[in-house]
Design a protein around this ligand. Structure first.
Ligand SMILES: [Zn+2]
Ligand SMILES: [Zn+2]
Length: 229
């Protein structure tokens, strides 16, 4: 943790917050191991506990934030026969499938390609889409809770017409049940009616190719945890 390390060595000043801004208690946090969920037959990215909590908050007319720090629908595409993965020809990183536009996209350089159903390497049709992003999470939530209102917030939905600020205001003032988003949902705003924050695949960002991945993950998770009460 580079910043923490620097602070401990007095290279930068360490500021400790001992109280929360509104002096409320820290939220209760529960961690669910999805490997165990899978062993029990739950193939969804939403744990049984989170599902139960969402149900009870919806019943109580309270609001929910679901945080998943990967946008798009599937975050990698692989051939089950030869193991070939579809990567950006410029950046060599995995392409993400975007369902709304039905394309494959590189999140670094913006390269796009048509959706692939046949392996470019071995011509097999066993091309499979893995790794869930916010689009897939939204689809799953709509299937599970068809009566709940949702709003999705990520780089793909935030634009000039729907600004970051407007979307958060809409969520707050129109009483939308569930806000689904990437780390964009973490910053700013206090939502008094939000009593549940679900972090999906919380350890996902630890695998990023970045020496600060651990520190970033910790920062985002502590920020997002504070959104719940
Ligand atoms: Zn193949
Ligand atoms: Zn690229």
């Amino acid at each position: 943790m580079p910043s923490f390390y620097k602070a401990e060595n007095n290279e930068i000043t360490k500021l400790t917050l001992t109280k929360r801004a509104n002096a409320s208690n820290l939220p209760e946090v529960e961690i669910v191991d999805l490997k165990q969920e899978l062993a029990l037959g739950n193939k969804s990215m939403i744990s049984t506990l989170l599902l139960k909590e969402i149900e009870s908050k919806l019943k109580a007319k309270q609001q929910i934030i679901l945080f998943l720090n990967r946008r798009g629908y599937s975050t990698f595409i692989m051939c089950r026969d030869c193991g070939y993965t579809l990567k950006c020809p410029n950046c060599n990183i995995s392409l993400t499938y975007h369902m709304t536009q039905n394309i494959l996209k590189c999140h670094y350089c913006g390269y796009t390609k048509k959706k692939v159903n046949i392996c470019p390497n071995c011509n097999s049709t066993k091309i499979r889409y893995f790794g869930a992003g916010t689009q897939k999470l939204e689809q799953e939530i709509k299937k599970l809770f068809p009566d709940a209102t949702t709003i999705r917030m990520d780089i793909d939905t935030v634009n000039k017409k729907n600004s970051h600020e407007q979307m958060l205001t809409k969520f707050k003032e129109e009483g939308i049940d569930i806000l689904i988003g990437t780390q964009m949902v973490v910053k700013g705003h206090h939502f008094p009616k939000v009593t549940l924050v679900g972090v999906i695949a919380a350890d996902g960002s630890l695998n990023q190719d970045d020496f600060r991945a651990n520190e970033r993950t910790f920062q985002i998770l502590t920020q997002v945890a504070r959104k719940g009460r």
